[in-house]
Ligand binder design. Structure first.
Ligand code: NAD
Length: 435
């Protein structure tokens, strides 16, 4: 367990070379073990998540434990199909030859995950890497220490420890891992560290998947039921106290809609978290004091519609809506990643599209509109990792959709068969008869 990273990777590579991880039987067995880890230890994982992030048990089960179980079930049902070699037509001068593609596992894969969904964001990529037949080093986030400890113990108990290792720790441990040669690095977290990961990977020409963040806008059109919009925005934004990579970061709408939306957002917040969200069992806390202080400094960025209260000792920051927020205000400079929802006014759709396109390409773009033409224009005239029309966050839970960013929000994708694409090499094979 306490191998030097060099020895650890050499040991995993030696196991990979024996062919142990390649058969479908090994892959499905490991996925079933991972499934059992989740279903047999849901309460313990939820307790750790509560310790790290004050997540309610129900939220932990739906967004972390059951989420990964569903992803595994989806994969187990289809894996044999996905892995089937695919025949390709050959040109006339090769008549009689056979061409096909085959998915080869890459080798030893490093998965580095963040603290905000520490179970889902470690185990969903690990499941994909195993399904593709790789040996894996899993690196949970040190900023969710209770969950990291439980995951490390359970992964060692349930999975094939000769092919799957867990390394706990922070910057020094991750830096030591990144000095090794891997066959793929899958990183989820912020863009600053994403650059560190990519630089380290370049040393060995190791391919990377970077699942990053960014400011995901939510455009609200005229003529929509604003009570429904408010309810859906609140549900997506304040889940996990806003610490969700695909949370709507800010609202973009015209001045009249902004005014009409304000009381409805306040009402929707109260309906979800009660008059005093500090007492709500389903409202989370900020992960640590550094993030708390960063967020508290953003509260003066606009007129407070609701919220604004905080308590540093318990890292409580009330769900907050800010109106009349200027594009150059502090809250609009970087991904908020916390429970503050700014409303920024634009004249209409043209200005909203320009606003989005003037900024880094977001992980998600959301829009609420009855107009097919508006939805079509947003889809064709903007670029984002995903586009959620009518409901924030949910696209991430569709296993048949690729999940990932573009530009500053990341590169590559995963979930379902896209994890097989990410963690395999699609090898071209041509067989020409000998005579
Ligand atoms: P974090 O601080 O937990 O860091 C992520 C990982 O990077 C950790 O395992 C950590 O040990 C490692 N790390 C940190 N500094 C390092 C360094 N200098 N060198 C090597 N490794 C290092 O998480 P975070 O970055 O605060 O996560 C929040 C960010 O992640 C947000 O921007 C959010 O949008 C993004 N995010 C993206 C997704 C996605 O799926 N696209 C999901 C969740 C979070």
């Amino acid at each position: 367990m306490s191998d030097h990273p060099n020895d650890l990777v050499a040991r995993l590579r030696a196991i990979f070379r024996t062919g142990r991880t390649k058969p479908l039987s090994w892959r499905t067995e490991q996925l079933q073990c991972l499934r059992a880890l989740l279903t047999e230890n849901g309460r313990e994982l939820a307790a750790a998540l509560h310790g790290d992030l004050s997540k309610s048990e129900q939220e932990s089960m739906s967004t972390e434990v059951d989420f990964v179980v569903r992803e595994i079930d989806h994969t187990l049902e289809r894996l044999a199909d996905w892995l089937r070699p695919e025949a390709a037509p050959v040109p006339d001068w090769l008549a009689g030859a056979q061409a096909r593609t085959q998915y080869d596992p890459l080798g030893v894969v490093l998965v580095i995950s963040p603290w905000n969904y520490p179970v889902q964001l470690l185990l969903a990529p690990v499941a994909g890497a195993l399904a593709a037949g790789n040996a894996v080093v899993a690196k949970p986030s040190e900023l969710a220490p209770a969950t990291s400890a439980v995951l490390a113990r359970l992964l060692r108990k349930y999975l094939d420890t000769e092919a799957i290792a867990v390394v706990e720790g922070g910057v020094p441990e991750t830096t030591a891992l990144l000095a090794q040669r891997f066959d793929h690095i899958f990183y989820t977290g912020n863009g600053r560290v994403g650059r560190v990961v990519m630089r380290a990977a370049a040393e060995y020409l190791t391919p990377v998947t970077l699942e990053l963040g960014g400011k995901s806008p939510a455009f609200v059109d005229t003529g929509v039921d604003l009570a429904v919009v408010a309810e859906r925005l609140i549900a997506g934004k304040f889940l996990n106290a806003g610490q969700t990579c695909v949370a709507p970061d800010y609202v973009l709408t015209d001045p009249a809609t902004a005014r009409a939306l304000e009381p409805l957002l306040a009402a929707a917040l109260e309906a979800r978290y009660g008059e005093d969200p500090a007492a709500s069992p389903v409202y989370g806390r900020i992960v640590n004091e550094r993030h708390f202080d960063r967020l508290a400094a953003l509260l003066d960025s606009g007129r407070t519609v609701i919220g604004g209260e905080y308590d540093r000792a318990s890292r409580y920051l009330a769900p907050t809506v800010l109106a009349d927020v200027a594009p150059d205000s502090p809250v609009m400079q970087e991904e908020i990643f916390g429970p503050i929802l700014p409303i920024v006014k634009v004249a209409g759709l043209d200005e909203a599209i320009a606003f989005v396109n003037d900024r880094a390409r977001p992980l998600a773009l959301y829009a609420f509109s009855q107009s097919e033409e508006t939805r079509r224009r947003l889809s064709s005239e903007t670029s984002s990792g995903g586009l959620g029309l009518g409901l924030p966050l949910a696209h991430l839970a569709v296993s048949d959709l690729p999940f990932g960013g573009v530009g500053e929000s990341g590169m590559g994708s995963y979930h379902g068969r896209y994890s097989i694409e990410t963690f395999s090499h699609r090898k071209a094979i041509l067989e020409v008869p000998m005579g």
